[in-house]
Design a protein around this ligand. Structure first.
Ligand code: 5RP
Length: 236
């Protein structure tokens, strides 16, 4: 079936399948969001049917929750699970320190909460997302709708004193309306070009009133599984 996929999608599929093998019977698993994570969720559904794998899972978005239920995964809330053994999720960019940019799919808030409440986070990706310096992918920042224009102005002001190349941000839209996250918030996409100090930027952004969370994942990912179109995986 992978014959019909583009090389990038074959790579994502491969990464997802390799990482799904890390899931063991009895585990509490965090399920990421996005096209790569969706392959992993489908694969876990197949393992449940074929091998009798028993897991409980916490999804990071309504989309993932729906897919997980559709493929027969036992979905619970994070409060019910309390703590997770493993979270498997995609990313938009990663660097040599395994710092990530996430949130391209708008699920960064639940993704960060779930990954942080896990013993281990495995990132699944194709090789094109590996970068020397983060920032070519616009950094998503989740903000509350109240006063979002003021929050946007403050975020841009803060960026002026940061080690980044650009300072512009734009409100993510869905047609002619703001994109609304599962938590009822908006997303600002920051066009930074280059992020010199992701750790510092992540801390400073979260101090701006109105900012709920940013898409920089620092010291959260433990391992990256890079899939290739030829069906092989590499671990970082
Ligand atoms: C969603 C995310 C995704 O993991 C990220 O956007 C990667 O998506 P894909 O696997 O479709 O390339 O952070 O908020």
């Amino acid at each position: 079936m992978t014959d019909q996929l583009t090389p990038i999608d074959r790579a994502k599929y491969t990464a997802a399948h390799c990482a799904a093998d890390f899931v063991q019977d009895g585990m509490r698993v965090g399920l990421g969001t996005g096209s790569t994570a969706a392959w992993m969720v489908r694969r876990l559904g197949t393992r449940i049917k074929q091998e009798g794998l028993r897991i409980i899972a916490v999804p990071t978005s309504t989309r993932t929750a729906q897919l997980a239920r559709d493929v027969g995964i036992n979905v619970v809330s994070l409060d019910e699970a309390r703590w997770l053994d493993l979270t498997i999720d995609g990313a938009d960019e990663f660097d040599a320190e395994l710092t990530l940019i996430k949130g391209g799919g708008g699920a960064l808030l639940q993704e960060k909460i779930v990954a942080t409440a896990s013993d281990q986070m495995i990132v699944i990706t194709d090789a094109a997302k590996e970068v020397k310096t983060l920032g070519a992918f616009p950094l998503p920042v989740e903000v509350i709708p109240f006063g979002w224009r003021a929050t946007k102005a403050l975020v841009e002001e803060v960026l002026a004193s940061m080690d980044v190349m650009g300072q512009n941000s734009s409100l993510r839209v869905n047609g002619d309306k703001p994109f609304v996250t599962d938590e009822g918030n908006y997303i600002l996409d920051l066009d930074l070009g280059r992020i010199g100090n992701p750790r510092q930027l992540a801390l400073v952004l979260n101090q701006v009133p109105g900012v709920v969370e940013n898409g920089l994942f620092v010291d959260i990912a433990d391992q990256v599984v890079i899939g290739h179109a030829d069906g092989t995986c590499e671990l970082r």
